[in-house]
Ligand binder design. Structure first.
Ligand SMILES: [Zn+2]
Length: 256
């Protein structure tokens, strides 16, 4: 019998969805995928009332985002707003928050960042408020490796161009950042990667908080956590689809 060597890139490629295999989801428009992301992440703690924005840059340069007026757990595909690359609304009566300036600038300055997520998520918010970076204590927290910058924006909101420029500089080439006394920021190449990063960040922050409250533990060695983080590139197999199906079961009108 072949020795189990753990999850590796060849295995991820082998089991990835392919034509002819059972479909894990119905066909989804790009707007439906963004609506599903909002619903999925709301359940993962990215749920501060009507705060927060997810932006997805399309191949034509336009950007999809959630409207300002709606909470992430109520919107549907038709509520998703299309913006041009400068942030002007193209197709909706809904408003978008001026704080989207951060996303617009990030999309312009980070060609690799097709998805940007910001909200005041629960557990990452605790570490952002403590102005500390949570250690990685377990495998799920290790799904995404790399630096987790802590950015202390001091002053200025994200509708202020100087504040957004400073935040983007602090983010550098990182995948995510904690914004001191504010919230969290995740960037990614696509929705699948963004989802894994967003849920991994919350998981890591929750576990680290609980471990500390329980009296402390031993963080995973960096080398071990990096072995697990191979999932970061394409997302954990089948996870995005499973979480999307959970939302579709609960409310099929998401696709409307
Ligand atoms: Zn914010």
């Amino acid at each position: 019998m072949k020795k189990y060597e753990g999850l590796n890139e060849a295995m991820v490629k082998h089991i990835a969805p392919q034509p002819g295999r059972r479909a894990l989801l119905p066909p989804l428009s790009e707007k439906a995928k963004v609506a599903l992301m909002c619903r999925m992440l709301f359940k993962e703690g990215w749920d501060e009332h009507i705060a927060g924005h997810i932006t997805l840059r399309l191949s034509n340069g336009n950007i999809l985002t959630n409207p300002w007026e709606l909470a992430w757990d109520e919107l549907t595909a038709s509520d998703i707003v299309t913006l041009d690359s400068e942030g002007e609304i193209l197709d909706s009566d809904w408003n978008v928050t001026p704080a989207l300036g951060l996303h617009i600038q990030l999309h312009q300055q980070r060609p690799d960042a097709h998805v940007v997520i910001h909200n005041h998520a629960h557990w990452s918010g605790i570490w952002a408020n403590m102005q500390r970076v949570p250690p990685i204590y377990d495998q799920t927290a290790a799904h995404v490796s790399g630096d987790l910058p802590l950015y202390n924006e001091y002053e200025g909101r994200f509708d202020d161009v100087n504040a957004t420029t400073a935040a983007i500089k602090a983010l550098g080439n990182a995948k995510w950042a904690l914004l001191a006394n504010h919230g969290a920021l995740v960037v990614a190449k696509d929705l699948r990667q963004a989802h894994l990063r967003a849920i991994t960040l919350e998981w890591r922050c929750k576990r680290a908080y609980e471990v500390e409250v329980a009296g402390g533990g031993t963080p995973m060695p960096l080398e071990e956590s990096q072995k697990v983080s191979i999932t970061d590139d394409n997302g954990f197999p089948f996870l995005w689809e499973a979480m999307a199906r959970r939302e579709l079961r609960a409310d099929p009108s998401i696709l409307d």
